[in-house]
Structure formats: C-alpha cells, structure tokens
Write a protein that binds this ligand. Structure first.
Ligand code: GDP
Length: 359
C-alpha cells in the first residue's frame, strides 16, 4: 500500500508595502480589528511583531465569496508582519530572498503609483516576493456608497454605473503603471491565470470593503502556488531578528520571526552581533498575554516552552546586547554543523551590516 504522508502547512508570512499615506497602517489595523471581532474565544494566538489571522476567520469573512473564490483552506491562517514599509522589509531577508512569502502593495486608487510604490515593486522583484495590489481608499471615489466590511464583489454591484466606471478607470491607471514596471495586472475577478497576472483588489481600509476578497486571495494563492515553501519542517528553528530591545524585567531581548522549524526553551542559538557571531542559550520565549487579561502595561508577556513556525516571539538569553536587527538566527542541535551555520550567518551579515551603516 502506498504510504500517504500528511504534510502540514505553516502560515504564510505577509508584508505590507507602499507609498507613504496610501493606507498601509490603516489596512493592517483594520485586518487586526476585524480578526478580533470575528474570532472565537481562544482562537487567536498572540504574536510579537506580527499578527495572526486564523483560517476560520478568513472563511467566516469570505462566506459570500464561495461561488467565485472557492477555497478550502489547508493553511492555518496568515501571519502579517506588523510594521509596514520597504525600509523595514529589508530586515526580513533570508538567504537568497525574503522571509515574506507574499506582499500586499498598497496603492491609493485615487493617486495611483508614487515614488515609493515603484521602489517597493523593485525591491519585491529583487527579492522575488510575489505580491497583490490593494487599490485602497475606494470609499473616496466620488459617489461611492459604502457597505461596511462587504466583499468587493458584493459592494461593487450595489454602486451606480458611473461610479463603477470611475473605479475601473482608476484600476486601469494602475494596470498601466504596473506595466511600466514590466508586469501584467488586472482586477482580480478578471484574472484567469494568477501566475501571469498581478491581482488588483479594490479595498477600503476605512470601511473594510474588499478585505474579505483580499484575505481570501492571499490565503488561496499562497496555498495553491507555494505548497512546497509552506510545508512545515520539524527541524531546528530558523528565523530573523526583527528588533533588539531592553525589556523591563527581561534585560536585553530580541524579537524574532520564526519562518521554519521548532524553537524550544534552552535551545542553543546562533545569530549575528555588532562585533561578530553570538552563540547563546535561550532563557525564555515570550508572547504577549492574551488581550482579555492584559493590564495596562505593554510589557506584559507570558512565557512559553516552544513555538512552531511561523511565529513572532520575544527571546531572552545572555549576551544579546550586541545582537543585530536583520540578522538570521538559527537553532543548533547536536546534528547541526556549527561552523557551517556560522559561515552562513557571516555571509548574510555582510549585507545587514552594510544596510545598518547606510541608514
Ligand atoms: P501609511 O503611511 O501608508 O501607513 O498610511 P496611513 O494608514 O497612515 O493612512 C494615511 C491617511 O489615509 C490616514 O489619515 C488614514 O486615515 C487615511 N486612510 C487610509 N486608508 C483609507 C481609506 O481606505 N479610506 C479613507 N477615506 N481614508 C483612508
């Protein structure tokens, strides 16, 4: 009998890029807010530096889209990096690419592409990160009638003909601008082959319109086209250092995103420091306390014993004062080749140090 092996998929890591004031922060806030409202108690795990949207929430939100976007979700959800923008994105590198599996490029639909939109596309192309375009602020299109949190495919049908035409004219502006960057694009509901076209999803971060379509597409496309990349590896954790901090009661800590494997308390870790490689042992892994028992302090963390990719956590360990944001971090176990890992980190750090020195 043929052996059937069930391979678990991890949650795709999503980043948000785009021009200043086009609505990146508002969009992330809206996604987080909607998730809190739509989740069942105990459903959301707490993350550091990232926000987790469980698949159950995506399914609940996109119920009305079943006919047009039929997706049975196998991924556990989506992990959004909390800090938007391409400056921060440069800290998310991993060998030959990015820890981001997919990106949302936010474009104000009324303004179209601006300088940082083009810059964002270039850096996404350079790191080979696929992306969707969220054509934001559709509620500002003259004559738009808002229907809070509705899928775009529902709300567009309820708009007057001239408003629909205005929206499409703006979408085609964006299509033309993406073509200038050498890529084909179209409104998502007119795309047949998502491997050849960048999908444009009209949204409003203010009214929540189009968010169900955006989340359903992010989940559906990553699951369909990135299965191999998203297959969870049971091995030692791999991650990237987001930030180095000094936390009350914890001393120097690092916030990290784990994109592969398992991280455990007492694991030995290797990462880059200002003056060379740091090898240390994990004292504690922390995540924020669940909202309901969160007091006023934002330093309110709870300790956990292990965490599976993908996840955002805080690590406390000795000798983290000189840790470098943007450095890779690897767990080393008895089978790992420490020298090889150190060389790998050293190689990657050359770029990180260069980046930190020009910032
Ligand atoms: P960022 O610089 O890209 O993070 O942009 P922000 O999220 O800070 O948004 C810039 C401004 O646009 C803020 O005043 C937001 O309230 C506003 N804004 C963002 N999204 C929308 C939207 O969908 N509709 C409307 N009307 N305003 C929005």
């Amino acid at each position: 009998m043929e052996e059937t092996q069930v391979k678990k998929l991890r949650q795709p890591i999503v980043v948000v890029l785009g021009h200043v004031d086009h609505g990146k922060t508002t969009l992330l806030d809206k996604i987080r807010g909607t998730t809190v409202v739509k989740k069942e108690p105990g459903e959301m795990t707490q993350e550091v530096g990232a926000s987790f949207v469980p698949s159950s929430v995506i399914e609940r939100l996109s119920e009305k889209l079943k006919k047009v976007l039929p997706v049975k979700l196998e991924i556990p959800g989506l992990l959004f990096i909390d800090t938007p923008g391409h400056e921060y994105f440069s800290n998310l590198r991993r060998r030959g690419g990015s820890i981001a599996d997919i990106a949302i490029l936010v474009v104000d639909i009324n303004e179209g592409f601006q300088q940082q939109t083009f810059e964002s596309i270039n850096i996404l192309k350079e790191r080979k990160v696929p992306f969707l375009v969220a054509a934001n602020k559709i509620d500002r299109i003259p004559g738009w009638k808002p229907f809070e949190n509705e899928p775009f495919l529902e709300t567009i049908g309820k708009q007057k003909k001239d408003v629909q035409i205005r929206l499409d004219n703006q979408v085609y502006n964006i299509v033309t601008q993406i073509a200038e960057a050498g890529l084909n694009a179209d409104r998502f509901d007119r795309i047949k082959d998502f491997t050849r076209n960048v999908a444009i999803i009209p949204v409003s971060a203010k009214t929540g319109e189009g968010l169900p379509d955006l989340l359903a597409l992010l989940a559906g496309l990553t699951q369909r086209y990135m299965k191999e990349r998203l297959t969870f590896a049971e091995g030692p954790a791999k991650g990237v250092v987001l930030e180095v901090k000094e936390d009350v009661g914890l001393g120097h800590t690092i916030d990290v995103i784990i994109y592969d494997g398992i991280l455990r308390k007492n694991d030995q870790i290797v990462l880059g420091g200002i003056n060379g490689i740091i090898t240390t042992k994990i004292r504690g892994i922390f995540v924020p306390r669940p909202l309901q028992d969160m007091k006023l302090s934002k330093y309110d963390f709870t300790s956990i014993d292990e965490v599976y990719a993908a996840a955002g956590v805080k690590i406390s360990a000795p000798n983290l004062e000189e840790a470098l944001a943007g450095s890779p971090i690897y767990v080393v176990n008895s089978e790992s080749n420490l020298d090889e890992i150190k060389n790998k980190i050293e190689e990657e750090l050359k770029q990180v140090r260069f980046y930190n020195s020009i910032e």
